[in-house]
Write a protein that binds this ligand. Structure first.
Ligand SMILES: Cc1cc2nc3c(=O)[nH]c(=O)nc-3n(C[C@H](O)[C@H](O)[C@H](O)COP(=O)(O)OP(=O)(O)OC[C@H]3O[C@@H](n4cnc5c(N)ncnc54)[C@H](O)[C@@H]3O)c2cc1C
Length: 479
């Protein structure tokens, strides 16, 4: 079967990969001239990479890890020490670590919390552990039910001290969702905590050894094209054309540079666009349908990714850092963490600025200046004295609508991959799967979509169906 997929982010590429395994012929149609969507990256005129987002991979990403294995590129992940590292805002330049010992879960994570003396008192640790018990004992059902509360409300209901929020969870919320604990759904943090508590290496972090476009997306494209599929860049979906019965007749592709629009037909159609363009693209008759109306409850959240190149080494730390700054979320010195960006003499800091709603309209100069002011607290030795570090160059990548904004009550709006339209499916990290708006969520959603298509339209003599081992898409929330 020919399957037209709009969007070459990780969801679209994963969907195409698993469709080729099932014997189908996917054709991925991407509007931009670059692969990867939210993991897209570009090379500047000096040959330096800059990215849409600083991306950390976790041990608790089974579908991403399996995909890398199937592509024979799992050695491209550079695993870091099993620890979470936080800046200490009251003591500029100092760090606090949650070192996770190599013992079975959940004792490894519990030990890391008990051994950390800087960030939480004994009373706070005990209260938080008691507060977390229902999530551990009652599992995912309880976690989903907590979507009615913000994480801050949930902490208060559990009697957990506000300092726990300001100390640990502001950093975690900003890192996972680009918003603060008073805005983020409790389900998000509890889902992540559950994974970290249940899997021995769940909270272990890895970085890719180069740009996601070249080192992650390109091998997926090679895999697809070697097996008869296609991936076309600069091919924007302009309109979804319908048959009289409301099913998809064709994708209308916008002609670029004066060329004609193209009517593209296939047996099955997938949208792997993010939720905001999908809402705009909805054909009029579908807008009345309950399934598609729910998309109105979802919207992408703004975020900004900065890259700052300095004249010297600011740190030797080879890891992700949680800044605990009101302006910034996580950051890393990519000259240490990423093989292709390595430089023994000069740092390249990649930093995520979140929440970004008040910054997204500001100029790059203003954003860089505010970030440098924050660096004076993170690296006082290099920015405070007579000989401050010099910024050599910078790149700012703004994404006004990134992953869906995970405020309370959003879970009910996240659609299944299977839609009421017989020949139309959805993929994307915003669709319902348990890994939220993440790379893992995107890969899993694409896999679930491919599985649903293969179940609806099995191909005789398919050799690789065994790779699709997930439950049906309609059960995706529990996959
Ligand atoms: C700053 C930042 C940091 C992040 N950090 C992490 C992290 O550390 N760990 C993690 O797991 N995740 C992280 N994420 C989230 C992760 O990148 C996303 O969840 C994931 O990449 C989403 O993939 P997707 O395929 O669902 O959507 P997208 O990547 O949004 O892909 C959608 C694709 O559709 C295309 N498209 C849109 N309109 C059209 C059209 N009309 N026609 C054709 N194509 C179209 C887009 O160009 C895009 O390529 C981060 C994201 C950002 C922005």
């Amino acid at each position: 079967m020919r399957v037209a997929i709009a969007g070459a982010g990780l969801a679209g590429l994963s969907c195409a990969k698993y469709l080729t395994d099932a014997g189908h012929t996917p054709i991925v149609l991407e509007s931009r001239d670059v692969l990867g969507g939210l993991v897209a990256a570009w090379k500047d005129s000096d040959g330096d990479w800059y990215e849409t987002g600083l991306h950390a991979f976790f041990g608790a990403y089974p579908n991403m890890l399996q995909l890398l294995k199937e592509l024979d590129i799992e050695d491209r992940l550079q695993w870091k020490e099993h620890t979470l590292i936080f800046n200490q805002p009251d003591q500029p330049g100092t760090l606090s670590r949650f070192d996770v010992p190599d013992i079975p879960s959940p004792f490894n994570v519990i030990a890391s919390i008990l051994r950390n003396k800087d960030m939480l008192t004994w009373e706070q640790k005990i209260r938080f552990a008691i507060g977390l018990l229902p999530a551990v004992v009652r599992g995912q059902k309880y976690v989903e039910d907590m979507d009615k509360y913000s994480f801050l409300e949930w902490l208060k209901r559990q009697g957990v001290d506000e300092r726990v929020t300001s100390d640990v969870f502001i950093a975690a919320c900003k890192a996972l969702t680009f918003i603060n604990p008073d805005e983020v759904s409790a389900t998000i943090l509890l889902t992540a905590l559950n994974r970290f508590l249940q899997e021995r290496y769940g909270s272990k972090i890895a970085f890719l050894d180069g740009s996601p476009t070249e080192r992650l997306c390109s091998p997926i494209v090679d895999y697809i094209t070697e097996r008869g599929g296609e991936v076309r860049l600069n091919t924007p979906l302009k309109e979804i054309l319908l048959n009289a019965d409301g099913t998809v007749k064709a994708y209308l592709i916008r002609g670029l540079n004066g060329s004609e629009d193209e009517v593209f037909t296939a047996d099955v159609y997938v949208s792997a666009m993010s939720v905001d363009p999908m809402k705009v693209m909805l054909p009029k008759p579908w807008k009345q349908m309950e399934f598609f109306k729910k998309l109105e409850g979802l919207e992408g959240v703004p975020v900004i990714n900065l890259h700052l190149w300095f004249d010297r080494k600011l740190t030797e730390i080879d890891h992700l850092l949680f800044s605990r700054s009101p302006l910034l979320s996580v950051y890393a010195d990519m000259s240490n963490t990423c093989r292709e960006y390595a430089n023994p003499n000069r740092s390249m800091l990649e930093l995520v600025l979140a929440p970004a709603k008040d910054w997204i309209a500001k100029s790059d100069e203003e954003i860089v200046a505010a970030t440098i002011a924050e660096l004076e607290k993170l690296f006082p030795d290099h920015f405070g004295g007579d000989n401050p570090a010099t910024l050599l160059k910078s790149h700012v990548v703004k994404t006004p609508r990134s992953v869906y904004k995970a405020t309370p009550g959003r879970q009910q709006y996240r659609p299944a991959q299977v839609t009421p339209i017989a020949n139309f499916y959805l993929a994307g990290s915003y669709t319902m799967q348990r890994y939220l708006g993440s790379m893992e969520g995107a890969v899993l959603s694409g896999k679930l979509t491919a599985q649903a298509i293969s179940e609806a339209l099995p191909v005789a003599n398919s050799s690789n169906l065994q790779t699709l081992t997930r439950p049906p898409a309609t059960n995706a929330a529990t996959a």
